[in-house]
Ligand binder design. Structure first.
Ligand code: F6P
Length: 326
């Protein structure tokens, strides 16, 4: 059996651990694994490298992906998938393991239906926005990075009595924001899944209007928030509450990098191994996920239909921040 493995979409810490587990589990079964460079782009362009056990030694602790990753627009078109299918045929690839997010899953589902190449998905994105798994690979590390950054900003917020609006990643999902805000003890959090956040914040600030000077205030803002833009929020706070000294920080891509934390290494290794076991049982067209600490599978098409929202307990915890001021 010969298979291909690729990383698609934004890179996520833990992707390398998943690659390692795929290659080593395949070696256990005497299967050959080809690493496909830069996601589906590399499949279309026949950019493949042979991956053996030695080649994946020690990679689990490194962020990013040794294969490279890309968001392929060509794969969304039939001609692109046709080229990819002919590469699979020439290279005698019987199956593909795809480590990526919802766009990658959609492409893989169509590809398997059109060309019969068995596909198994592994959830790899820092955003944690895939249905069918409690966590995606990279999420825990991204949250850890965000919390460490917020902790540092908190030092300045406390020393100068400043307000910080800290924008975190997540595309249109608020998991990183809600989790990091709760863990860092932020006072407010803006996420796309919840309405009424601006009102809650202003009601609180109005009630403390006379005591706002030199108060540290941390607001975590998810990039996908749609109630109010971050610059507009900053302007509103500056004009409505003259005593607040407001700054904005965008954490950006530092959240995507770095050595994966233990939870991501284990999740990635477990799902990488399971992807091969899945294929060896003849199961494909599915994505793997973790639910209540058990690995389970869901059809690729199902995982892209819905979204889970951040747990409400996280937002309750964020709400606690205001009581620090009492
Ligand atoms: O999907 C991961 C992610 O980091 C999102 O949180 C963010 O919106 C997007 O990728 C950024 O993509 P790019 O690196 O292509 O700008």
């Amino acid at each position: 059996m010969q298979i291909g493995v690729l990383c698609s979409g934004g890179d996520a810490p833990g992707m390398n651990a998943a690659l390692r587990a795929v290659v080593l589990t395949a070696a256990e079964k005497n299967w050959k694994v080809w690493g496909i460079r830069y996601g589906f782009e590399g499949l279309i362009d026949d950019e493949l490298i042979f991956l053996n056990s030695e080649g994946v030694q020690g990679i689990a602790r490194h962020g990013g992906t040794i294969l490279g990753s890309a968001r392929s627009t060509r794969f969304f078109h039939k001609e692109g998938r046709e080229k990819a299918a002919s590469v699979c045929k020439q290279r005698e690839l019987e199956a593909l393991v795809i480590i990526g997010g919802d766009g990658s899953y959609r492409g893989a589902a169509v590809f398997q239906a059109e060309w019969g190449v068995a596909c198994v998905g592994i959830p790899g994105t820092i955003d944690n926005d895939l249905y069918g798994t409690d966590a995606t690979i990279g999420f825990h590390t991204a949250v850890q990075t965000a919390v460490e950054a917020i902790d540092k900003i908190m030092d300045t917020a406390e020393s100068h009595g400043r307000t910080f609006i800290i924008e975190v990643m997540g595309r249109d999902a608020g998991h990183i924001a809600a989790t990091a805000a709760a863990a860092a003890g932020a006072h407010a959090c803006f996420i796309p899944e919840q309405a009424g956040q601006l009102e809650r914040l202003t009601v609180f600030l109005d009630s403390y209007a006379l005591a706002l000077r030199r108060k540290p205030l941390i607001i975590v803002y998810s990039e996908g928030e749609n109630e109010i833009s971050r610059p507009a929020l900053e302007t509103l706070l500056k004009t409505r509450y003259r005593d607040l000294d407001v700054r904005s920080v965008v954490l950006g891509h530092i959240q995507r990098g770095g050595s994966p934390v233990v939870a991501d290494r284990l999740l990635a290794s477990r799902l990488g191994r399971e992807a091969i076991l899945c294929l060896s049982r003849g199961q494909s067209g599915v994505a793997l996920g973790l639910r209540h600490d058990g690995v389970h599978t869901l059809p690729l098409s199902e995982c892209t239909k819905g979204r889970q929202s951040p747990s409400s307990y996280l937002l309750d915890l964020v709400g606690l921040g205001f009581h620090e001021w009492k």
